[in-house]
Design a protein around this ligand. Structure first.
Ligand SMILES: [Zn+2]
Length: 1013
């Protein structure tokens, strides 16, 4: 038997994850052939280097034969291994802290491999590459060879294959694509095409985002399976046999680009009742010795046939799937397999007596292949699977907001990681080894990937696990900081120490607080120039600021607010903030120098009286002099004006003690005790500061709620910087804190939310597009995830809110939009986490204080996207500031741009990351939907060779979205919707090899062979 197989996969409709190269099943052995990819175009030479991607060979299914005319039951042995939840990812891997939960992933993989080798019929699927990678690293080379063999024979199949199984409600598409990329890359490089998952598998996430389906389609998956959906939706789908469907996941991309076959699993992801044979279960084993008293084969087979036949009545084909496993099962895989072997044997033995049920070991891709072969039509779905409720008062809409500080930290970390990636490319090898030591981006990439898990950024983990995710991100950032410092040193010629101030949002930065002269390097990770307000904590009263050309920049000093003093506690001592606008070049940096003016004028005075108005050239905001609240918003360019009142409220979290249901609010569930929120204060104490750079009204509502309403001189958006916490619980009431915007906009019960930061979905109060909703929770049942923006509109006005992290929100009254900001709860919600969501920390022992920003814009609906798309883009990828004390050495390069020219407004540079020594991964994205902007929703062409200022592009090859397959080799199953035509894949021609055209909402992924100029 040779291990020197060369298999990738064959097109033509075969599921390809399972390959076959050895004579284990002689009756199905075959000859495989390899051919080298010919160089069709010289620029494709780059493909030769990536043998793991481009080997084109023949690969065959190793799915067990099924029986036509029978009900075929596909048993899928699997384990669901959370990448952190009740235990940290490390504790889960090693099986540490089994007192919290018995779970040890290393033992699961040890045991499964051992059991697979005992019987070639057995199958297993594995999902979470974060765990598999750890396990693989610690195996001997002979064990690695053995496992490769199992993979090649399709006995061990990878599904999904990302670093983790991402959350779908609180994740941003950028980080999801990244985490899938690193997981799939590991599988590709380790197993070749046989490690290439064909099926996306999100069995546990608590609701499903349309953008995830779109991404999975563009990653080349043939199908998608999940376990959780609204209980009413499931009931209807079971009645109508619509549990398998075709999801059309984009309004902009031409079908079938974002079409994804989607299957809803029969029992979540658990085995049928009575058939769990793990050591964690207590169902009776199959006792098949007829001489013994407890012989139960007839009973087991009988029960199994009843379940199988019943299940077949709610699915369309003569194939059904059963998930034989659950959370952290198969640690002692012998238990499962011994019983499954017997189950298959005894159930199939009944066929001799006329039974029409055939049971087999299978995998999701083998099952999917049978569905495809059935050649049926499937119901089409175009909305999403949010919100998820598993009972009338059990809406999983709390986790949209749970752990708001972690959700923000994850988002900042993504921005920092993208900057780190870009500077690794521009700095070249000098960024990885330089004056500040050895820097790298891998640690940060993995920390970010882990943070996408459905119990990480979702906020549904135990407190010590949340702390571990944050620690991992901080550790990753430490490694990136070295890289960033090295890279900036290489690009600027300045190797002086660079200071990072990660607490600028609470006015903490030891250098700027004490230094008389310093410089600020502003790195902009966007592919267009940005104007960005900088606020630095200082103790002087007057400063001079000059830009890279030495020109003086308008700057102002304002005093640090009382709220900021309170939230930063003992971490900093600045009394003032220096405020100025910086302008940074695309994918590059600029440098500002700041010098203290001795005996300068005092800071801008604050007026205590109620302010009537703040304004800049774009917007005007008026305030009610009686209440201190915002009363109207006016777009001065378009002459639009709306009534707008904004205030803070809290819902009293249900403690689970009422008559309708015992369900409390918790980390997952949002269940207010009453539909009327309590107002925190009808009035706000205010002070106003007006300077040439910024005008702001500081509002104080309560000791635990304050806000700054802020207009920078050059901003098209009104900033609401809210600070909430410690949420008081001395009244023994859990609180879910919201801000609500009440407007004169006539919304007719509609509002709009984004999906994972990309396309926008229409929402309607008490309504679901695909079934007749019986609404039982008037608030929680109308909450949706908001990842980057939400808006309300009528024919004239659109008010858009851009958020700085994922949050939950709804439009409960016409004209109103509410966003949940913070939650502090006193009860566990019975979904397993076993802790109330009551966050405290060393700095905040009395309860976490959270600060964030909402950006508001008012535009006509026809042009609103032209404002909110770039605004949200800038919120996601924001400039990184680094500081250098004292004078800069002469000849320091004060400005740099990695681009020859800014990209057009429609194009977002999503990824620029070092891939290999001489190649980089580039993703360009059209960030507009097809009809949301007259100007920007047009195709745009970019010339890849004329993109970079310091990189010579020598070769280009296009990849699929997850970068594990060449784009032109990506073949997927085609599926026919019940209504309408089967869509045919349309290919568009680029103008030339180097000029690539992007259409609305398209993301294109390229591998570029480059040379540093
Ligand atoms: Zn899970």
């Amino acid at each position: 038997m040779s291990h020197d197989f060369r298999v990738v996969f064959q097109h033509g409709g075969q599921v390809a994850a399972a390959c076959y190269s050895s004579p284990v099943y002689p009756q199905r052995s075959f000859k495989f052939s390899c051919r080298r990819e010919e160089n069709r175009r010289s620029n494709l030479r780059i493909r030769e280097q990536y043998s793991c991607i481009h080997r084109v060979c023949v690969c065959v299914q190793s799915c067990h034969a099924t029986k036509p005319g029978m009900l075929n039951v596909h048993l899928v042995p699997h384990t669901h291994d959370d990448v952190g939840w009740l235990k940290t990812v490390d504790q889960y891997f090693y099986g540490d802290r089994n007192d919290i939960q018995h779970a040890g992933v290393q033992y699961i993989l040890d045991s499964v491999v051992d059991q697979l080798l005992k019987n070639p019929d057995r199958r297993f699927i594995y999902v979470e590459t974060a765990f598999f990678y750890r396990w693989w690293k610690s195996q001997s080379s002979s064990m690695q060879q053995t496992v490769k063999q199992l993979v090649n024979e399709g006995r061990l199949e990878f599904v999904n294959g990302g670093w983790c199984m991402s959350d779908e409600a609180a994740t941003h598409y950028s980080a999801v694509i990244d985490q899938m990329t690193i997981g799939l890359r590991f599988l590709n490089e380790t197993f070749g095409a046989c490690g290439h998952p064909r099926v996306a598998w999100h069995i546990d996430p608590f609701g499903h985002a349309r953008e995830h389906a779109s991404m999975f389609a563009q990653m080349g998956f043939d199908g998608f399976f999940f376990g959780r959906l609204d209980y009413q939706d499931r009931a209807r789908r079971m009645r109508n046999k619509e549990q398998e469907l075709l999801w059309r996941a984009s309004d902009s991309l031409t079908p079938p680009v974002a079409d994804l076959f989607t299957g809803i699993l029969p029992n979540g992801y658990n085995p049928p009742e009575g058939f769990c044979w793990d050591q964690l279960c207590s169902d009776p084993p199959i006792r098949d010795d007829p001489d013994l008293e407890d012989y139960n084969v007839d009973d087991v087979v009988g029960r199994f046939l009843v379940i199988a036949n019943s299940q077949s009545t709610v699915y369309k084909t003569n194939h059904i799937i059963m998930t034989m496993g659950s959370d952290f099962q198969y640690e002692n895989a012998n238990l499962w397999y011994k019983n499954l072997d017997k189950l298959i044997h005894y159930v199939n033995a009944r066929q001799a007596n006329g039974s029409k049920v055939n049971v087999l070991y299978s995998t999701p891709s083998c099952y999917l292949q049978e569905l495809h072969r059935a050649n049926l039509t499937w119901p089409l779905k175009t909305d999403d699977f949010f919100p998820y409720a598993d009972d009338a008062h059990d809406f999983w809409t709390g986790y949209f907001t749970s752990r708001p500080a972690l959700k923000r930290y994850e988002r900042i970390s993504n921005s920092n990681l993208q900057t780190c990636n870009q500077l690794e490319v521009f700095g070249g090898p000098a960024s990885r080894k330089g004056p500040f030591g050895e820097g790298e981006s891998q640690t940060m990439k993995k920390a970010m990937a882990v943070a996408q898990h459905h119990d990480a950024v979702s906020g549904t983990e135990k407190q010590h696990v949340a702390n571990d995710y944050a620690r991992k991100l901080a550790n990753g950032w430490q490694h990136c900081q070295v890289l960033v410092s090295n890279s900036l040193a290489a690009l600027s010629g300045l190797s002086a120490e660079r200071i990072y101030c990660d607490n600028l949002n609470v006015s903490v930065c030891p250098l700027t607080e004490s230094s008389k002269k310093f410089s600020v390097n502003v790195y902009n990770p966007l592919a267009r120039p940005v104007t960005w307000p900088v606020r630095l904590p200082v103790n002087g009263t007057a400063y001079s600021v000059s830009d890279a050309s030495g020109k003086a920049v308008d700057c102002q000093v304002v005093h640090v607010s009382q709220a900021t003093h309170e939230v930063r506690r003992q971490r900093g001592f600045a009394v003032n903030e220096l405020v100025f606008q910086v302008q940074a070049p695309p994918l590059g940096y600029t440098t500002y120098t700041v010098a203290l003016i001795q005996d300068g004028p005092p800071p801008a005075p604050a007026q205590q009286r109620a302010p009537p108005v703040i304004q800049n050239k774009f917007l005007q905001v008026t305030f009610d002099p009686e209440t201190g609240l915002i009363s109207s918003l006016n777009n001065q360019e378009t002459k639009q004006i709306i009534k707008l009142t904004q205030n803070f409220y809290w819902y009293n979290a249900s403690a689970g003690n009422n008559v309708e249901s015992r369900q409390p609010s918790g980390a997952y569930i949002f269940r207010p005790n009453s539909s009327t929120p309590f107002i925190i204060s009808r009035t706000a104490k205010t002070e106003i500061i007006k300077t040439s750079v910024v005008q702001e009204v500081r509002q104080w509502f309560a000791p635990w709620v304050s806000q700054v309403v802020r207009l920078y001189a050059d901003s098209r958006a009104l900033e609401l910087e809210w600070t909430v916490g410690p949420v008081p619980i001395d009244d023994s009431l859990g609180k879910e804190v919201i801000t609500r915007l009440d407007t004169s906009i006539k919304t007719s019960e509609y509002f709009y939310t984004d999906s994972n930061g990309r396309e926008v979905l229409q929402r309607k109060k008490d309504f679901r597009p695909t079934w007749n909703l019986k609404q039982s929770e008037p608030i929680a049942g109308n909450y949706y995830p908001i990842n980057s923006r939400a808006y309300i509109k009528d024919d004239v006005d659109q008010l858009t809110v851009v958020t700085d992290r994922s949050q939950g929100g709804g439009s409960i009254q016409n004209g109103s939009l509410e966003i949940m900001l913070h939650r502090r709860l006193l009860h566990d919600d019975f979904r397993g986490v076993g802790e109330p969501l009551n966050e405290i920390s060393g700095i905040f022992p009395d309860g976490l204080v959270v600060r964030g920003r909402l950006l508001l814009t008012l535009d006509p609906p026809q042009t609103a996207a032209d404002t909110h798309r770039p605004l949200a883009e800038g919120m996601v990828l924001q400039p990184l500031l680094t500081f250098t004390d004292g004078d800069l050495k002469p000849n320091t390069q004060l400005e740099f741009s990695g681009l020859l020219a800014a990209l057009p407004p429609a194009v977002h540079l999503l990824t620029l990351s070092q891939w290999d020594e001489d190649s980089v991964l580039l993703r360009l994205e059209h960030q507009y939907q097809s009809s949301e902007s007259k100007v920007s929703s047009q195709p745009v062409t970019v010339n890849l060779q004329k993109l970079f200022s310091t990189l010579e592009v020598l070769g280009v090859a296009e990849l699929n979205l997850s970068a594990n397959q060449w784009k032109d080799e990506m073949k997927r199953f085609d599926w026919t919707p019940e209504k309408g035509e089967k869509p045919l894949l349309k290919t568009f021609q680029d103008p030339s090899t180097w000029e690539v055209t992007l259409r609305p909402m398209e993301i294109r992924t390229f591998l570029l062979k480059v040379n540093l100029r």
